[in-house]
Write a protein that binds this ligand. Structure first.
Ligand SMILES: Nc1ncnc2c1ncn2[C@@H]1O[C@H](COP(=O)(O)OP(=O)(O)O)[C@@H](O)[C@H]1O
Ligand SMILES: [Mg+2]
Length: 267
């Protein structure tokens, strides 16, 4: 799967400080095209900050993030706003599921289709029939996504009525609506029960099986071991190690990085 294929994403020497704290400190890594790559590391390693930079929410102090476009051309994400980045086929989910008041599951999914509102407004004025077709396609897609992530029985429920686990699943559905090539998942199984965590793992494998690249931050090591083709370990704002799940688990430096955090917590 990885065998020599060009990476979909290359992060080079990212620096980002919050005041005196170097959240990213020379982070360099490559994400292979296809499959599931897991990004692990102790709390505070800079994983979420890295996702925020890759998805355009934060701009780095220096360094580059290059996404291989559909045509193979490289795009520097560090200078693009989030909406341009998602149009290039890169979407992300959030660690904390955000509730939108009064919106149903269906409406929530509809909101994240790949169409551009500006283009739609233009079409509405010039060709209302085409707009209707577009809306029909979008609603069919929302239904299909809801079925796929097994939320179709809740499609007319308000998002705020979903359980924490169901909100995590809805985040996956939301990401799928945009038909991305690369999806970043920030702890998609955090706080969910083991059965649901397993279902989320199956969803991630299914997403990878249809040719999308999955990049996953996850603390649940059983889940990482089950779904990841490749594992990258971060500590102190940069890459510490990478390889197969078994190889990084056996790596003494990786073990020390996790222990160091525990020692600090105990102190
Ligand atoms: N917006 C922010 N302002 C100040 N410090 C931050 C901010 N976001 C993250 N940090 C700090 O940056 C470091 C890396 O955080 P984060 O990227 O969330 O780590 P991880 O996701 O690996 O647990 C932590 O020390 C965290 O407290
Ligand atoms: Mg985090």
């Amino acid at each position: 799967m990885m065998g020599g294929s060009a990476p979909v994403l290359v992060v080079d020497n990212l620096q980002l400080a919050f005041g005196g704290l170097r959240a990213l400190d020379g982070a360099s890594l490559s994400i292979p095209t296809g499959g599931v790559t897991a990004l692990i590391g102790p709390n505070g390693a800079g994983k979420t900050t890295l996702f925020n930079v890759i998805s355009g929410l934060l701009k780095p102090d220096s360094g580059t993030v290059t996404l291989a476009g559909r045509d193979g051309r490289g795009h520097d994400l560090a200078i693009l706003p989030p909406d341009r980045i998602s149009r290039l086929g890169l979407v992300r989910t959030f660690q904390i599921a955000r509730g939108l008041p009064k919106m149903t599951v269906f409406e929530h999914l509809m909101l994240y289709g790949p169409d551009q509102p500006g283009e739609r407004l233009w079409m509405l004025m010039s060709n209302p029939a085409a707009v209707r077709r577009c809306e029909d396609e979008l609603s069919e897609k929302a239904l299909a996504v809801a079925r796929r992530v097994r939320l179709d029985h809740l499609i007319d429920n308000p998002v705020t009525a979903l359980s924490g686990g169901q909100k995590k699943i809805l985040e996956i559905g939301r990401a799928l609506m945009a038909e991305p090539r690369l999806i970043l998942f920030d702890e998609p199984a955090a706080g969910v029960n083991p059965t649901l965590a397993e279902a989320i793992g199956d969803q991630l494998r299914a997403i990878a099986a249809e040719g999308r690249t999955v990049l996953l931050i996850e603390h649940d090591m059983a889940l990482v071991g089950r779904v990841a083709d490749h594992v990258i370990v971060m500590a102190l704002g940069r890459k510490l190690a990478e390889g197969s799940f078994d190889a990084v688990c056996d790596n003494a430096e990786v073990q020390r990085a996790y222990l160091g955090v525990r020692a600090e917590l105990a102190a």
